[in-house]
Design a protein. Structure first.
Length: 331
């Protein structure tokens, strides 16, 4: 009775897996117990090849009706489907709370009126998750969707000029993490430690240029590819966060107010090409527009679980009203 279909018939993602009760009488439907995360794990184990193929084809799979709405349920599912282990949000750029030692976090805790642009998680880092797991504990009263877009189609939709420049130059990500008082995140929050030696070990391993400042802050600089090949499909994907790191991502009023109080070296996030040349804001506008054209979004329902291939699909967050609680794990 488990069926699959595209949630949006004219789009490639997400594929939805759901329980089809149309063949049951109303009495049988009423007496039927809701499906649980254990039922979902059984289905995934019996259909492992199909699930893997579906993720590689569509980039995102939505499981609806399986009651994955707690930290424990998400941790159980994510651990079973990422046997190599779950990742901590080390080197992250957004505020979130770790809910358990099992690798479950809140989704980004930006104010509800803010839109979070689509991105591939930690694509600026030397170590990123291959899979993301989103579980809906409480859907927002209005808005709050987690939009997704096909990274393959984003790359194909860009002009040859923009694609070639990013492909050949790469992207340099610049970050300033304060030492406990300042704009943005502290380095302690970012690396989930107050041990400088551990931070330096991470940076050295990832070839991240780093510099401690006299006021206890940390400057980071790293050059990463803007485009990648998926290790299993061999497909070319748009895999960077240049538009999200650039100051033009902010609304003009916020950007102007920060420019008045921050030195260039103290911006929480900034970006340029890998050769230190500036990125034309018109190119970033093009990237955002192509991404918008490929974006789909659906209202969350309590217990929904979405699995995302982090290279094949980008994700974001729409503004919302009312309480909202989306849990995240990274495999």
């Amino acid at each position: 009775m488990i069926k699959t279909k595209l949630l949006f018939p004219d789009r490639t993602l997400p594929l939805m897996v759901y329980e089809d009760l149309t063949g049951l009488s109303s009495t049988d439907r009423m007496s039927r117990s809701p499906l649980s995360v254990d039922d979902l794990l059984t289905w995934c184990a019996e259909n492992a090849a199909f699930l893997e193929e579906s993720l590689l084809q569509h980039g995102a799979v939505l499981f609806r009706g399986f009651s994955v709405k707690s930290e424990e349920a998400l941790a159980k599912f994510a651990a079973a489907n990422s046997p190599e282990g779950l990742l901590n949000y080390t080197d992250g750029t957004s505020p979130r709370t770790k809910l358990s030692a099992k690798g479950v976090y809140t989704s980004t805790e930006y104010p509800p009126d803010q839109f979070i642009s689509l991105h591939n998680e930690l694509s600026y880092s030397h170590r990123w998750p291959s899979r993301l797991y989103f579980a809906c504990r409480v859907p927002a009263g209005r808005g709050g969707e987690t939009p997704v877009a096909d990274s393959r189609r984003i790359f194909k939709g860009l002009s040859s000029k923009t694609a070639d420049l990013f492909l050949h130059k790469g992207v340099k990500y610049l970050r300033y993490l304060h030492g406990g008082d300042g704009v943005g995140l502290s380095w302690m929050k970012t690396f989930e430690t107050s041990d400088r030696d551990l931070v330096e070990q991470y940076c050295n391993k990832g070839e991240v240029d780093h510099e401690w400042t006299t006021n206890g802050g940390l400057r980071l600089s790293q050059v990463r590819p803007a485009v990648a090949q998926h290790p299993k499909t061999g497909e070319t994907v748009w895999f960077n966060q240049a538009d999200q790191f650039h100051p033009t991502e902010m609304d003009p009023e916020t950007r102007k107010s920060l420019q008045a109080v921050l030195k260039d070296s103290e911006w929480p996030k900034n970006v340029c090409f890998g050769d230190n040349s500036a990125i034309d804001p018109e190119m970033l506008t093009e990237i955002r527009e192509v991404t918008r054209q490929q974006t789909v979004a659906f209202p969350w329902r309590t217990g929904d679980l979405m699995v995302v291939d982090n290279m094949l699909a980008s994700h974001g967050r729409n503004p919302f009203q009312g309480p909202r609680s989306i849990l995240v794990a990274m495999g």
